[in-house]
Design a protein around this ligand. Structure first.
Ligand code: AMP
Length: 413
């Protein structure tokens, strides 16, 4: 069986045809610049990569073009046993704590949450609507980025502001990257031959977006992103934590509009704001050339990351596993070394030899004596979405497959 995983952005559609049992990506691609003068579509299957650059007026045209490329380049979807379409949705608000089967009501609810994620949820909804029209015979499942953090303790999810105002406007900490934190915290337990119920884990998802989570016995108890994916760690283009009064100051005294502050903090801050580059490879090159702004950007990034490691150690009390994942976490040994340097008193002892280089597979990078096992575990959000989609479709009796080795029976999530 296979699952088509779809991630719709405001002007893009990323997709992957996934084997949820074996874990492989059978085909993948991306539609970009939807609604612009020049669109682009790249589809990869069986070692063949096909690129088209026709204009793509809207998401429906984009998905139609994707389905045409499946016909032309392969694999043939009709004979690929597609048991579900899994959609990534960024914000599930206070409503959704688990992945759910798509119904008209679910689509309306996701749309109603849009004020909390104005850039993401409307695009996700468009993608779901279009996909349901074009693939009407397959169950569609939505997997929410916030769901893993739905059960955060109230002490962690509550902002200390007027309770009535907060309640009326949905102002609380929701957390994001939940699919990745959930997947990685579970998989790493399996990798170490431990029960997830027995482990306290800190997951550092360090990509262009970045977030940390503290997971006790498989349940998230703290995470760094808040009402939106802006809070917390320093990111590629996002500021992470700032004093909220900075926003007031910029609007009241510097004359910036609400949209300008939004743009500043989300797209012109983080590494990009400090160094002009949001990619760590470019940042390291600048540092090698003696660029002081780039060095400061790295220092600020690492300082913030270490503060969160310390804070989450206090939240958990005992940390069994520290996991690095996503683009930076998997590839940047300098970041991993700086993040953990000198933290032996907290039980973190990185092994420089094991840590060296990029990690394409799960790897233990701490010394045997380290109280906390430090692991690099590559995340795979598409696979996580595919497996959850199968579980939901199977539970609803919609896949026609009830084998003992199904992901649900095997305990994957
Ligand atoms: P992601 O959002 O998980 O795809 O991560 C993207 C980020 O990973 C990029 O912006 C880079 O900062 C970082 N990255 C990717 N490859 C490397 C690499 N080889 N070395 C260092 N950083 C990398």
């Amino acid at each position: 069986m296979t699952v088509l995983v779809v991630n719709s952005g405001s002007s893009s559609i990323k997709y992957q045809l996934v084997d949820p049992v074996g874990g492989g990506a059978i085909a993948s691609g991306v539609v970009e610049r939807i609604g612009e003068e020049t669109g682009s579509l790249t589809h990869t299957f069986g070692g063949r990569k096909v690129t088209r650059t026709d204009p793509i007026p809207d998401h429906a045209a984009g998905l139609r073009a994707v389905l045409a490329l499946f016909d032309e380049v392969g694999p043939d979807l009709a004979s690929s046993d597609v048991v579900a379409v899994g959609h990534r949705v960024v914000h599930g608000g206070s409503v959704f704590s688990t992945p759910v089967l798509v119904t008209d009501e679910v689509v309306d609810q996701i749309e109603a949450i849009s004020p909390l994620a104005p850039l993401h949820n409307p695009a996700n909804v468009t993608g779901i609507r279009v996909a349901r029209e074009l693939l009407p015979d397959v169950p569609h499942v939505v997997v929410f980025d916030t769901a893993f953090f739905h059960g955060l303790p109230e002490a962690a999810s509550t902002y200390a502001i007027d309770r009535d105002v907060a309640r009326e406007h949905g102002v609380r900490r929701y957390g994001f990257h939940g699919t990745s934190h959930h997947y990685v915290s579970r998989q790493v337990a399996q990798f170490l031959g431990r029960r997830v119920e027995d482990l306290n884990t800190i997951v550092l998802h360090l990509g262009n977006g970045a977030s940390a989570s503290a997971v006790r016995g498989g349940h998230a108890v703290e995470t760094s992103m808040g009402m939106t994916p802006l809070e917390g760690l320093v990111m590629g283009t996002r500021s992470g934590d700032v004093d909220p009064a900075v926003l007031i100051h910029l609007q009241r005294n510097a004359g910036l509009s609400v949209d300008e502050v939004d743009d500043l903090l989300n797209r012109r801050s983080g590494l990009k704001g400090l160094a002009g580059e949001n990619d760590f490879r470019a940042l390291h090159d600048l540092i090698s050339d003696g660029d002081e702004g780039a060095q400061l950007a790295l220092d600020v990034y690492i300082h913030r990351l270490r503060k969160y490691i310390g804070a989450y150690t206090a939240v958990l009390g005992r940390v069994d596993v520290l996991v690095f994942t996503a683009g930076v976490g998997e590839n940047d040994d300098v970041v991993r070394a700086l993040a953990t340097a000198g933290l032996e008193p907290l039980g973190l002892e990185l092994d420089p030899n094991l840590n060296a280089g990029r990690k394409k597979a799960p790897t233990i990078v701490s010394r045997d004596v380290s109280r906390t096992t430090i692991v690099v575990y590559p995340t795979n959000e598409e696979l996580a979405i595919a497996r959850q989609a199968v579980e939901v479709a199977e539970a609803a009796g919609l896949t026609g497959e009830e084998s003992d080795d199904s992901p649900a029976a095997a305990g994957h999530a």
